[in-house]
Each structure stands twice: as structure tokens, then as C-alpha cells.
Ligand binder design. Structure first.
Ligand code: NI
Length: 257
């Protein structure tokens, strides 16, 4: 990103956070040229920094604004077409079971794949499942092909789109690890997952996917596929006390700062 562009995004974010409630739409309208997926990504980065400093309320405000922006301008601004609102814990749609995709060549599925890509990028997510954007189909996307700002210590995963996934654990071993979720913003919890597994499904081109994976890769697949059955990571905490807000967990030395 160009430094001058980034400065303009940061200046607008500052103005948004300071402007009186209700005046945000006029402010955004006056800066239409800045309203794109890059701006949303910058909002998310700033929200994360705020969270790390313990300012949960401002982070939440900024995320809400960015979400509204994605929704409002999704109809009128081409560059934001694919960025959708991520449903949050408490929304009953996250608790439903998703249906298998009957036809991988359905044009509606193309749009869903684009939306998943754009939304995951805008939120710097490690993964995203279709139910998280309100589409009850068995489709997940994960991996950004490089380091992820939300999980800087995690190994990069190949970008993978998986339709109608089937997971088979390989062996009885399980791993404990900390997880977060775009639908549970600001929180992390320790969850036990199968250490190694095989996953099979279909990619966005209708080609079969069949991989045996372990560790973080296996964890991400299990987390994303849980969303297809209405399960979120707080349902699977290994210990109810190993769950909380990121700055508090960092301060307690439970997760790396
Ligand atoms: Ni999730």
C-alpha cells in the first residue's frame, strides 16, 4: 500500500472515530474515493491495534462502522461488492446446519466464492465459512498463502476453497491450541482438536481436493468445518477458564503478546 494512501485511510478513520454519532454517513460520502477493500483492511488493522491496547470499545465501534460501510456500499460501490457482514456469536444463523452444495457450477456459487475471498481479506481472517456471511451452504475458505496479521506465529497455509468437505481423523492424538474467530471478535479460547486428519472435498473449479494434514492446518480445517454444523469454538473449550479477551490473556501470559 502506498504510504500517502495509508495516511489518508488513517486520517479518515480518526475523523470517523471522533465525529458525532449519526454524522458518519456524510463524512464517508465526502471521502468516497477512499472507500474500498483496502480501507476496510486498514480499519481491521487499526481495530486490532486498539484491541491490543485494551481499547475494546473503540475497536468494536470501528469494526461496526467498517461492517456497515461494507454493507451500505456493497450495492453502490463496485470495489466493495464482495465484502459482506460477518455474523457474530448470538446470531441464530450461525447455529444452523448448512446444506451440501448440489451443483458446483451454479453461478450463485461463483458469487459466494468471491464474497468469501473479499470478506476474508478485508478482515484478515485465517478462514471463513459460508454460514458466517449468512449463506447456509457447505463451503469454507481458509489460508492466505502468506503470513496472517491476526496469527503472526502460525505457519502460512495454502489458500484453499473447500466445498462439501469430509474430515477423517488420522489417529487418536489431539492437540491443544488457542483459537479465535471473526464471529467471536476480540476473544480467544483454548480448544482441543485432532492432531492429524484427512480432508476431502471439491475446490472452486469442481476438482477433487484430498489432503492429509496436521497441526495448525488441521486445526483451521476443523474450526471452519465446525461452522457448517453450527458449532463455534467457545462450544469446544477444553477449560472454561482458558477463554477471554486478547489483551487480558496476553497480560496473564496465556497467549504470546
Ligand atoms: Ni470461525
Amino acid at each position: 500500500m502506498e504510504p500517502s494512501r495509508q495516511q489518508a485511510y488513517l486520517a479518515l478513520i480518526q475523523q470517523l472515530l471522533q465525529c458525532p454519532s449519526g454524522e458518519e454517513p456524510a463524512l464517508l460520502e465526502a471521502h468516497r474515493e477512499l472507500l474500498n477493500a483496502e480501507f476496510l483492511a486498514t480499519c481491521e488493522q487499526v481495530a486490532q491495534t486498539l484491541e491490543e491496547r485494551g481499547d475494546q470499545n473503540t475497536a468494536l465501534c470501528l469494526r461496526n462502522l467498517a461492517t456497515q460501510l461494507g454493507c451500505l456500499h456493497g450495492v453502490s460501490c463496485g470495489s466493495l461488492m464482495g465484502v459482506r457482514t460477518v455474523l457474530r456469536l448470538g446470531d441464530p444463523r450461525l447455529r444452523q446446519s448448512a446444506k451440501a452444495v448440489p451443483d458446483v457450477h451454479d453461478p450463485a456459487l461463483r458469487q459466494l466464492i468471491t464474497d468469501l475471498h473479499d470478506t476474508m481479506e478485508a478482515c484478515s481472517g485465517a478462514g471463513l465459512a459460508a454460514p458466517q456471511i449468512g449463506v447456509l451452504l457447505r463451503v469454507v475458505l481458509f489460508g492466505c498463502g502468506g503470513p496472517n496479521p491476526r496469527y503472526p506465529d502460525a505457519p502460512p497455509l495454502p489458500r484453499t476453497l473447500l466445498i462439501n468437505p469430509v474430515l477423517t481423523p488420522l489417529g487418536p492424538e489431539r492437540d491443544e491450541g488457542w483459537e479465535g474467530c471473526l464471529s467471536v471478535p476480540g476473544l480467544r479460547g483454548r480448544v482441543s482438536r485432532w492432531q492429524r486428519l484427512r480432508y476431502q472435498g471439491i475446490d472452486g473449479d469442481g476438482q477433487p481436493v484430498d489432503r492429509c494434514v496436521e497441526g495448525f492446518h488441521a486445526r483451521v480445517v476443523q474450526h471452519e468445518c465446525d461452522h457448517l454444523d453450527g458449532v463455534l469454538f467457545p462450544d469446544r473449550l477444553s477449560d472454561p477458564t482458558a477463554f477471554g479477551f486478547i489483551p487480558e490473556l496476553e497480560a496473564a501470559g496465556l497467549i504470546p503478546a
